[in-house]
Design a protein around this ligand. Structure first.
Ligand SMILES: *Cc1c(COP(=O)(O)O)cnc(C)c1O
Length: 405
């Protein structure tokens, strides 16, 4: 008898986006003439800029050439891309990262989801609340989360992110081994200061923990005092792994390219308490289960670092940031406390009502769709997430409609 992995039965149905679709569908049916504006989008809307498209095309042409054709590439990614990442994203900011500490992949979702398999079944996992659901669900699948209990899992440690701590988690009461942090945060849009990130690095060093740092939105940081990488913090190399992606940075959500940074001195411990290098473990995992990102896609990603590509990508991020600024300004003017929307494409709005009540009100009265915060965890109740991934026209019209209700 072929039996299933029972852990999959512990997963909560991902009702958030299906429930939103259901309510939006019902509204559209009842109001066929109304143009609905979606402000809940977690996906980019601007196409790839010319410098990247050109490099992408050239990569495709290489595949048609007898001399330049590529078969299997290195699983960890081509050196031309790894070198540029190490130099431009890290060394230029004083973070000492080498090209061979970078693992190119097809997504930060897969990497953040897969990474937990390197660690012991009984390690204590701490996740933020509200949370990017991938961190939770992959630990549930692995059998580390235990049974569900009132919207939470008994086996996980939840780090509450509220206005009281500026949506940056405090150290958990129980000692945690594996700690997921995400800044700029999805869904709250919160950022972390250098001091508080340094305190987390210190915590991980003292507790022999590991921080999984999701920096998928680092390109949105404009405030110069904020760290863009955890490796800007002294001492982080031994205790942190960083996930990055070209998805939100450069519009690669449909093209697929990301990377994970694992310093060679980053460690976890074996049953005897001896340090083991995570770089070697992930290298083994990655080369066994992954066969590399396609060559033209890596050429396209490389163009993000050319002077022209960097400029074009920055202009697109600036466009989203201006959307975010407009949303934050209008919602604040209407009397709602907002987080994010600066150095982040997401605005986390305290509605003073239940998330779904506010969602329904916005849909019924303004034909605007947002994302109810409750869908990201207990601490999201009372909040909605508004996304800046949209056209300026849509943002302006949505805000006009909201201000009238
Ligand atoms: C969008 C996003 C990612 C990026 O995922 P990809 O698989 O690289 O597209 C990673 N983490 C968070 C929190 C995100 O919102």
């Amino acid at each position: 008898m072929i039996r299933i992995n029972e852990n999959y039965r512990l997963l909560k149905s991902s009702y958030l986006f299906s429930e939103i679709a259901k309510r939006v569908g019902a509204f559209q049916e009842a109001n066929p003439g109304k143009r609905i504006i979606r402000m809940g989008i977690g996906d980019v809307t601007v196409p790839l800029p010319p410098a990247i498209i050109r490099a992408f095309h050239e990569g495709v042409d290489d595949m048609a050439s007898m001399e330049r054709f590529k078969g299997y590439g290195p699983e960890q990614g081509y050196d031309f891309l790894r070198e540029k990442i190490a130099r431009n994203d890290f060394r230029s900011r004083g973070a000492h990262i080498e090209a061979d500490e970078i693992f190119i992949s097809d997504g930060a979702k897969c990497d953040t989801g897969n990474f937990q398999e390197l660690f012991a079944q009984d390690c204590v996992v701490a996740v933020p609340d509200p949370v990017y659901p991938v961190y939770v669900d992959t630990n549930v699948m692995a059998g580390r989360a235990g049974a569900g209990d009132g919207g939470r899992y008994k086996g996980l440690v939840y780090m509450e992110c509220t206005a009281g701590n500026d949506f940056v988690p405090d150290f958990p009461r129980e000692r945690a081994d594996l700690i997921y942090l995400c800044f700029p945060n999805n869904p709250t849009g919160a950022t972390i200061t250098r001091e508080r990130l340094a305190a987390w690095v210190e915590y991980a060093r003292e507790n022999k923990s590991l921080i999984l740092y999701d920096a998928a939105y680092e390109a949105f940081i404009r405030e110069v005092s904020l760290p863009r990488s955890i490796f800007e913090i002294p001492g982080a190399r031994e205790v942190a792994v960083e996930f990055r992606s070209f998805s939100k940075t450069a519009g690669f959500t449909g093209t697929r390219c990301a990377f994970t940074v694992i310093p060679k001195d980053c460690r976890a411990f074996d049953a005897d308490g001896n340090p083991q290098f995570i770089h070697a473990l992930w290298n083994r995992r990655h080369t066994t289960k992954f066969n590399g990102v396609s060559y033209p896609v890596q050429r396209a990603a490389e163009a993000v670092y050319s002077p022209e590509g960097a400029k074009q990508v920055r202009e697109i991020v600036d466009y989203y940031l201006e959307n975010a600024r407009l949303v934050r300004r209008e919602m604040t003017k209407l009397g709602y406390a907002c987080t994010g929307g600066q150095d982040s494409p997401y605005i986390w709005v305290n509605t003073g009502k239940s998330s779904w009540e506010f969602f329904d009100m916005l849909l019924a009265k303004a034909a605007v769709v947002c994302t109810p915060g409750e869908g990201f965890g207990k601490c999201g109740e009372g909040f909605i997430r508004i996304s800046a991934f949209n056209s300026r026209e849509n943002v302006v019209e949505a805000l006009e409609r909201i201000s009238k209700v």
